[in-house]
Design a protein around this ligand. Structure first.
Ligand code: PMP
Length: 292
């Protein structure tokens, strides 16, 4: 990934891709003072850019640092990098971290860096293929108690659990893993939120100790706009046996049906298909998206 054509926005301007490096003594690397975003452009427009940028700034604030750019400046830098790369359908990765001025736990006066990279990500969507559904594992790692971590931050440190869980799932030929939280309640996947359907209603865990995804909120709005009842509540894994449909949501995952989680099986059906289509319509430039 470190030697591609094109430019990366780095601390205020575009630099050649392979020049966008950082020092090995960066605080962000040693102590995980690092936050990031994952955004997607459809047809040349970044979906929910404002929400992503606001979350980036809030994630940094939760990690006790301030990104030295305004929301508008970051939005503009994202658009500029996308335009420079020349992709219509792309993934946008802003990342902010503490620099190398202070190599200690305390690093109040270190420089805060911001970089934005863009790579091509075609928006290929074949509902019939996707409706076969993903095979998921149940992770051994759990989402931690919110008193132990700033759980609302999209912080690099929180992804340690995700990488471990995803690797374990892949070793079992699964696409991803569902993580429970510290109480044993259903939480989320390693890069996506999870939804269930039963008796025509949607059930999804309360995001009280994990990321309340921008896609999650969009899909809830789209479902409610159709008059579908959405229950945000504590879900115990034992309940999964009675759920009919299951899907995951995320910037990368969009709305993706799930066929199984460990031994629990689901039948991707009409409601999942409807929400997949509603989401794909909502991400198109100029679409009238339900407020999220
Ligand atoms: N949970 C985790 C752990 C994630 O990494 C993501 C992806 N950012 C999500 C949920 C979904 O968030 P969003 O819909 O904002 O992409």
């Amino acid at each position: 990934f470190d030697n591609r054509p094109g430019d990366i926005w780095y601390d205020g301007g575009l630099v050649p891709w392979s020049d966008a490096t950082m020092h090995v003594l960066s605080h962000g690397l040693h102590y995980a003072s690092c936050v990031f975003e994952g955004e997607r452009a459809y047809g040349g427009e970044i979906f929910k850019l404002q929400e992503h940028t606001e979350r980036l700034i809030e994630s940094a604030r939760l990690l006790d640092f301030e990104i030295p750019y305004s929301v508008e400046e970051i939005n503009e830098a994202c658009r500029l990098t996308l335009a420079k790369q020349g992709f219509r359908d792309a993934y946008i990765r802003p990342v902010a971290w503490r620099g190398s001025e202070m190599m200690a736990v305390a690093a109040q006066h270190s420089k805060i860096h911001l970089a934005i990279a863009v790579w091509e990500w075609p928006s290929y969507f074949d509902p019939e293929q996707r409706l076969k559904g993903l095979k998921l594992d149940l992770a051994e790692w759990r989402r931690p108690d919110p008193r132990t971590i700033p759980c609302k931050a999209k912080a690099a440190g929180l992804y340690m659990i995700c990488t471990l869980s995803k690797h374990a799932a892949e070793r079992k030929n699964c696409a991803d893993a569902l993580m429970l939280d510290w109480r044993g309640q259903v939480a989320e996947c390693t890069g996506a939120n999870v939804f269930f359907i039963k008796d025509g209603e949607i059930h999804t865990p309360d995001p009280d100790c994990f990321l309340d995804g921008i896609t999650r909120r969009t899909v809830i709005d789209l479902a409610r706009a159709r008059g579908i009842v959405v229950n945000e509540r504590a879900i115990m894994p034992e309940e999964l046996a009675g759920m009919e449909e299951c899907f995951i949501t995320g910037t990368a995952a969009e709305v993706t049906p799930v066929a199984s989680i460990a031994d629990w099986t689901f039948q991707p059906g009409e409601m999942t298909k409807t929400l997949m289509n509603d989401y794909m319509a909502a991400v198109q430039p100029g679409a009238a998206v339900a407020a999220a």
